[in-house]
Design a binder for this molecule. Structure first.
Ligand SMILES: Cc1cc2nc3c(=O)[nH]c(=O)nc-3n(C[C@H](O)[C@H](O)[C@H](O)COP(=O)(O)O)c2cc1C
Length: 174
């Protein structure tokens, strides 16, 4: 279980994210295991491969983006970017408090739209599962291997450019 005060502090961190025109285009649908019906509703919005592990997570969320500006109805090209940034803030706060967060592209956006009555112009972005770290030994083999595998990222030289596209920046070329 994650204490409500702790959860509120994560959402507070998300709230303070910067956004284009300070539009704050994010919303979060939240479900905790303390309310089994709501938890089950959110689990039902995940793809099968994610349900396998995420159903055990005490807290599930879906981030939602408002795609147009409230002020003038024009498309907000940075809506997804800003929702991601709010989630990044949430993750930093969660990590500082000893929680682990796993995001999920594997959701059913149309089902979410229907089940939660999303108004037009709002788009589900990603699922979020969070909780305190569990014991990897309790996972099925395939998931345990993934959990314990070394973490990998591309080197800076593959994506930092100066002068023109594909010219690696001297800043990172060593
Ligand atoms: C937007 C986003 C969507 C993701 N979707 C899924 C998903 O549906 N299922 C899953 O198991 N992991 C998902 N992940 C986790 C990534 O696969 C993971 O972060 C990546 O493989 C790097 O692993 P690491 O964060 O453990 O280093 C997602 C991550 C992000 C940021």
């Amino acid at each position: 279980m994650v204490e409500p005060d702790t959860l509120r502090s994560l959402l507070e961190a998300a709230r303070w994210a910067p956004s284009s025109y300070n539009e704050q285009p994010w919303s979060f649908i939240v479900a905790t295991k303390q309310d089994p019906a709501e938890h089950a509703r959110l689990v039902s919005c995940l793809v099968e491969g994610n349900i396998e592990w995420a159903q055990h997570s005490p807290v599930l969320m879906v981030s939602v983006a408002r795609l147009s500006f409230e002020e003038n109805g024009k498309p907000n090209r940075h809506a997804f970017h800003d929702v991601g940034q709010a989630v990044a803030n949430l993750i930093v706060q969660a990590t500082a408090l000893g929680l682990v967060v796993h995001q999920m592209a594997g959701i059913h956006p149309e089902k979410i739209r229907e089940l939660y009555n999303l108004p037009e112009g709002y788009e589900p972005v990603a699922g979020i599962a969070l909780g305190y770290p569990g014991d990897p030994e309790s996972l099925p083999e395939r998931l345990r291997q993934r959990e314990l595998a070394p973490r990998e990222r591309k080197p800076l030289t593959e994506f930092v450019y100066t002068g023109r596209w594909d010219r690696t920046s001297p800043l990172v070329s060593g």
